[in-house]
Design a protein around this ligand. Sequence first.
Ligand SMILES: [Zn+2]
Ligand SMILES: [Zn+2]
Length: 234
Amino acid sequence: MSTQYNIREYILDAIFPKKCLGCKKFDTWLCNDCQKNLPLRTEQQCPICTSVVTPEGTTCLSCLRSGQTDLDGVFVASIYSDPLLKKIIHAYKYRFLRDLSEPLALLLAQSLQNSHMQAPDIIMSVPLHPRRLRWRGFNQSHLLAQDLDLTIPLKTDVLVRSRFTKSQAKKAKKSHRINNLKNAFHVKDSNEVRQKNILLVDDIVTTTTTLQECAKALKKSDAKTVSGLVLARE
Ligand SMILES: [Zn+2]
Ligand SMILES: [Zn+2]
C-alpha cells in the first residue's frame, strides 16, 4: 500500500467498490481487455490552427511563422469522443482515482510506439496551481509522466506555476482564464532547460493555452523546442 493512500480513498472505495469502468469486472478500475480497446489516434494535426494534418502533430509552418506561439507541436494519443476514455479521464481527475494513471500512461506509451517522434532530452509535466494541488491531492499530469516510465530524465520541479492572488483566483471564470494564465508559469533554473528539447505531458487539452504559456516560459529560458504529449483533445 502506498503511503500516499489517504482517508478519501478508503471512503471512495467503500462507496464505489472497485469495478472496471468499461465492463464492470470487479477489482480493477480498468481491465486489460478494456484498456486494449481504447482507440489510438492515427492522424495528428497542427495544434494551433487544427486545420492542417502534420507529422506527429508538429505546429504547421504558417502558424510558426505567425510568431504567435512558442509551442512546437502537440501529440494527441487518443480520441476524446470515445465514451470510455472520457469516463476514465473524468474518474481520474474528479473522482481522484489516481490508480488510473497507469493504464492512461500505457495508452500514451502505445501511441508513441506507433509514432516517429524524436526522443526529447527531458520530460516535464504541466504544474498545478498550489491550491488546486491541495484540493486534488495529486498532480494528474505529473503522475502520467511518472508512469510513462521512459528512461528519459523527468523534471517536474523546474517549471512552476505562480500562485495567484485571492482576487485573481476568484475572477478565474472562463472570460478571465486566458488573462489569468498569462505569465502564470516560470522556470526555476534556466540551466535545466537551456538548449533542451522538451516534451511536456498533460492529460487533456482544449485550447492549448496552458501548453502555449508553458512553452513561452520555457523558451524565455532558452529551451530549444517544446512539444506537448496529451491523452486527448477536447
Ligand atoms: Zn473491462
Ligand atoms: Zn497551424
